[in-house]
Design a protein around this ligand. Structure first.
Ligand code: UDP
Length: 140
């Protein structure tokens, strides 16, 4: 399995707040190669499918309402040790706990509306990437 790719979404809060350009710029300047990129809007059902692993959590309804509330950017990124480095780059789930300079520290609104997603394992990066992109849409 590939260990050098991750999947990300710039979430509806960050898109709405006009941070897409700054976030993409930081991602590219941090050395991630954009393999695939898409501007789209999830339906409630698509958001539920993406976050199915959290379906028993108390925040599931709020999360899927939020993720289907406005457009997002979805992308597959490539860099050595992508999963681990990108999780550090975006910062902790709750922006209050996120490191200075991290994407969530800079751009997140709250714990739920936290600007950006990053896959937590190689396996999930593959599953999540293929939720949005076909093989033909990945530019090597
Ligand atoms: N989330 C939330 N409340 C919580 C925990 C998570 O609304 O108490 C949201 C938040 O948007 C987070 C997403 O659910 O990014 C997925 O949660 P996870 O624990 O997988 O965090 P992540 O991997 O995104 O940091």
């Amino acid at each position: 399995m590939r260990t050098n790719r991750t999947f990300t979404m710039i979430k509806p809060d960050a898109v709405k707040n006009g941070y897409t350009g700054e976030i993409l710029d930081k991602i590219i300047k941090a050395g991630y190669k954009v393999i695939a990129l898409k501007y789209t809007k999830l339906t409630k059902q698509e958001a539920e499918g993406f976050y199915a692993v959290h379906s028993d959590k108390p925040f599931f309804e709020e999360l899927t309402n939020f993720m289907s509330s406005g457009p997002i950017y979805a992308a597959i990124l490539e860099k050595e040790d992508a999963i681990k480095s990108f999780r550090a780059f975006i910062g902790a789930t709750n922006p209050v706990d996120a490191a200075e300079g991290s994407i969530r520290k800079l751009y997140a609104t709250s714990l739920g509306e936290n600007a950006i997603h990053g896959s937590d394992s190689d396996e999930n990066a593959l599953i999540e990437g293929s939720y949005f992109f076909s093989k033909l849409e990945e530019v090597e």
